[in-house]
Design a protein around this ligand. Structure first.
Ligand code: ATP
Length: 461
């Protein structure tokens, strides 16, 4: 827990040309031994020292040859975090109030109450400042310790190590290799490195090597000129050029064809690409992040992955532990995913019962967070109460609901009914019983072709 230091010192600059009044203010403000008070009788001297950023300035409104507005403007420009208290004569209160509108914090009039009023304003400022400081420190602490960006959650020591590495990776410019089982969040980590790096304002381009047919991958990465091959009806830039200045994330790099690996290595060495069908080289400044769930060194030994490319890509290695090694992170992530899913699908806010959480904690999640996500989404749709109980938690059964595909609630329900129909051999009565819904609901869905059955004759009640 962060605590603000009760003995933090407060630097106060007093700008006052009247010698008696400056002594008077200094004396009272110095009664607190934690105050460092300095008096300035000349504006020039005060402005010279202003970059030291005093916490508080008391500003005499009537200074010879300088308007209060001008000095206040300088304070706000040079030391915007300083609090300015206007000290004005009784007759100038209207002007002092105007200065408050311009950005001064408060004012005190030179009268019998000056001491008390000044004291209470200073105490109020100190209180506000320490609160702000505590909030800021807490914010930083939570940001650093428990999440990276909005998406990555984890308090387990294993994930703390990962977050530390992400920070190191973000503050350097070298390549990063991310390893871990499927669904552990490798792409999310790559995005976090991007978001926290000095390339955050430039593009993050992700390519999943295994999702692109071998023969298309080269043109996808390096681009092509019009007429370069049959079907190249117009020029197209590749992912390297698209990511220029930013980050290119190559997911499942272990799946890359050995021939293309040589071309990739050349691009990394030369820092330039040549589009297919062109002789012109185009310089590219791309930071490369790669991910794999294979043991790349093993692939090198087997001759499936080029050793020189392996070392070229390696850089900082971030290994994502499987969910089962992250202590209570599964519960934190489940809660977060549930909240998000209900919000996105206009479902009433739901929460897990203690028993449901226990069931989640016990299960090893071989599909990691992707599987957890599917379990949570299914539970959210299945439960008709606000509290999700173990009966709603279907482990080992949930199939990921494709997050890119936008579905209505009815479509999600149809998905689930369809899965149950398949699992229970199209026995409608049994499925209705299992899902605790009426048989007629399922028959209606069949009639409306929201779900299909193959074993029943098409004559429905
Ligand atoms: N720490 C986390 N907190 C919350 N959600 C997470 C976390 N890590 C991953 N996820 C979510 O889990 C899902 C899978 O993550 P991601 O696609 O990054 O995994 P991956 O390791 O790249 O998978 P694959 O090996 O299949 O490519 C995504 O929906 C992602 O948003």
């Amino acid at each position: 827990m962060v605590e603000s230091s009760p003995t933090a010192r407060t630097k106060i600059f007093v700008l006052e040309d009247d010698p008696w009044y400056s002594q008077f203010l200094t004396y009272h403000l110095s009664l607190n031994p934690d105050h460092d008070v300095e008096v300035f009788t000349s504006v020039e001297e005060f402005l010279q020292r202003l970059p030291e950023a005093p916490n508080i300035v008391t500003l005499d409104y009537c200074l010879p040859e300088h308007s209060g507005e001008a000095v206040l403007g300088k304070i706000m420009e040079v030391s915007p975090a300083s609090y300015t208290i206007i000290v004005s004569g009784q007759e100038d209160i209207g002007k002092a109030v105007n200065l408050i509108k311009l950005g001064a914090y408060d004012y005190v009039a030179k009268n019998g109450d000056t001491k008390e009023r000044l004291w209470s304003i200073v105490e109020k400022i100190k209180h506000n400042t320490s609160l702000k400081q505590v909030i800021e420190e807490l914010r930083q602490e939570v940001k650093q310790k428990y999440s990276l960006g909005n998406e990555l959650v984890g308090t387990s020591p294993a994930m703390q190590k990962v977050f530390n590495l992400v920070e190191k990776a973000a503050s350097s410019n070298i390549n990063v290799t991310i390893t871990g089982e499927t669904g552990t969040g490798k792409e999310l980590i790559a995005k976090a490195v991007h978001q926290h790096s000095d390339r955050a304002k430039k593009r993050f381009v992700a390519v999943n090597i295994s999702a692109i047919p071998r023969e298309l991958l080269e043109s996808e990465l390096f681009g092509y000129e019009k007429g370069a091959f049959t079907g190249a009806v117009s020029q197209r830039i590749g992912k390297f050029e698209e990511a220029n200045g930013g980050i290119l994330f190559l997911d499942e790099i272990g799946e890359m064809d050995i021939l293309l690996q040589s071309k990739l290595l050349r691009v990394l060495q030369e820092r330039e690409v040549t589009r297919i069908g062109s002789n012109e080289t185009i310089p590219v400044d791309v930071r490369l992040l790669t991910a794999t769930n294979k043991n790349l060194l093993e692939e090198v030994r087997k001759g499936n992955f080029r050793e020189d490319l392996y070392y070229r890509l390696l850089g900082i290695q971030i290994h994502l532990p499987p969910l089962r090694e992250r202590e209570n992170d599964a519960l934190l992530i489940a809660n977060k995913l549930l909240k998000e899913f209900c919000l996105q699908n206009q479902l009433p806010a739901k929460s897990f019962s203690a028993e449901a959480l226990r069931a989640i904690r016990r299960y090893p999640f071989p599909g990691n967070i992707r599987e957890l996500k599917a379990v949570v989404e299914m539970a959210a749709v299945l439960s008709d109460k606000e509290t999700i109980t173990p009966e709603d938690i279907h482990l080992q059964e949930a199939q990921p609901i494709d997050s890119n595909e936008e579905k209505t609630l009815d479509e999600y329900i149809a998905d689930i009914v369809q899965r149950y129909l398949i699992r229970y051999n199209y026995n409608v009565v049994h499925v209705a019983d299992k899902l605790k819904i009426g048989k007629s609901t399922i028959y209606r869905m069949i009639r409306k072709k929201e779900v299909t059955i193959h074993k029943l004759e098409p004559t429905y009640p």
